[in-house]
Design a binder for this molecule. Structure first.
Ligand code: FAD
Length: 300
């Protein structure tokens, strides 16, 4: 369980935005959230409110997504730099490499370095949906891990992991081989969302079979919007929990929130009890479910 980590973090010399996320995870268990860069002024105000509302939780870190093909490059950069400077926790920049040139990514990494941001989630990103060549200098996330590593030891590097296999993987064994190789080169992993803790346990065991013990944070998605999450699950290859979705859809108001929070807390507890190094919540820029989950886990 995560009972009491806020106090432990307050006494921990690695706490605060000067610590790397790799250090924070090593001192875990952690509770972190993912944000996306808002497109509108209204969305930006909503996110600012969320960040303030989450302050009492004492988050371990936050991460900020990078739009497909770099479409949110500047917004991601500005948000990560601001959160990292203003808040008492590190902010991690997601970064994709497919379709980008080496010099373009080196310039962005140097900018992050100069701005005090040293936590990068190194991702491949998706090739163009129409099947046209992606162009650029990279094919796989491992190449971006190597590029970031070469910029210096100040960077801490996370990578993506898919408990139910990456949707483009041809077979389980080669998927796990590539994942183990990538995780060994990185400092930690963060998973795609999933709803059955057994999928995470199986992935960790398969990595251990390959002598890979790099910590992997489970990514947990509260099922607050079942139809939207069903679409995301289809794209990411995650099994959609139809029974839970039916229970959420059948409930209304506070009862609906309770069903979502109970299911999320149940999954988080099972993961932490099985040894997961923390929880990364996909919060969709909203605070209420994170606050309820943090309360139930005893984090505040
Ligand atoms: P890789 O690790 O490169 O793997 C991609 C595929 O290639 C896998 O099937 C793998 O098995 C295979 N592979 C790897 N190496 C080799 C090799 N040497 N030979 C043959 N096959 C190989 N996308 C965004 O655009 N922006 C984001 O902000 C973003 N954030 C994410 C956060 C998390 C936590 C996760 C899990 C995903 C995120 N994604 C994001 C999605 C991600 O970009 C896609 O899943 C993408 O398709 C693959 O990225 P990857 O880093 O897992 O790629």
């Amino acid at each position: 369980m995560i009972d009491g980590p806020t106090d432990e973090r307050a006494d921990d010399p690695t706490a605060g935005s000067s610590a790397s996320i790799a250090d924070v995870i090593a001192a875990g268990p952690t509770l972190s959230v993912e944000f996306f860069p808002p497109k509108t002024d209204e969305g930006a105000e909503q996110l600012d409110r969320t960040v303030d509302e989450l302050d009492p939780v004492g988050l371990s870190f936050v991460s900020v997504t990078y739009g497909a093909g770099g479409s949110t490059r500047d917004r991601t950069r500005d948000l990560v730099v601001r959160l990292n400077a203003e808040r008492n926790y590190p902010a991690m920049a997601h970064l994709t490499c497919v379709g980008s040139s080496r010099s373009e990514l080196e310039a962005l990494l140097d900018d992050y370095d100069a701005s005090g941001v040293h936590d990068i989630l190194a991702l491949a990103g998706d090739p163009p949906a129409d099947g046209s060549p992606a162009g650029g200098d990279f094919t796989y996330a491992l190449e971006l891990v190597e590029l970031v590593r070469a910029r210096g030891p100040q960077f801490s590097i996370g990578v993506a992991a898919h408990p139910e296999l990456h949707p483009r993987s041809t077979d389980r064994s080669s998927d796990r081989d590539h994942l183990a190789e990538k995780l060994r080169a990185a400092d930690f992993g963060v998973t795609q969302f999933f709803f059955d803790p057994a999928d995470y346990g199986r992935m960790v065991a398969e990595l251990a079979d390959r002598d890979c013990t790099t910590p992997v944070l489970p990514g947990v998605m509260p099922l607050s919007n079942p139809s939207g999450i069903a679409r995301m699950a289809e794209m990411s290859g995650a099994t959609f929990p139809t029974d839970l979705a039916a229970r959420v859809e059948a409930a209304e108001g506070a009862e609906r929130d309770r069903v979502v929070v109970d299911a999320t807390v149940g999954l988080c507890r099972a993961l932490l009890d099985s040894g997961a190094p923390g929880i990364h919540l996909y919060c969709l820029n909203r605070s209420p479910i994170v606050l309820a989950v943090a309360d139930a886990l005893g984090v505040r």
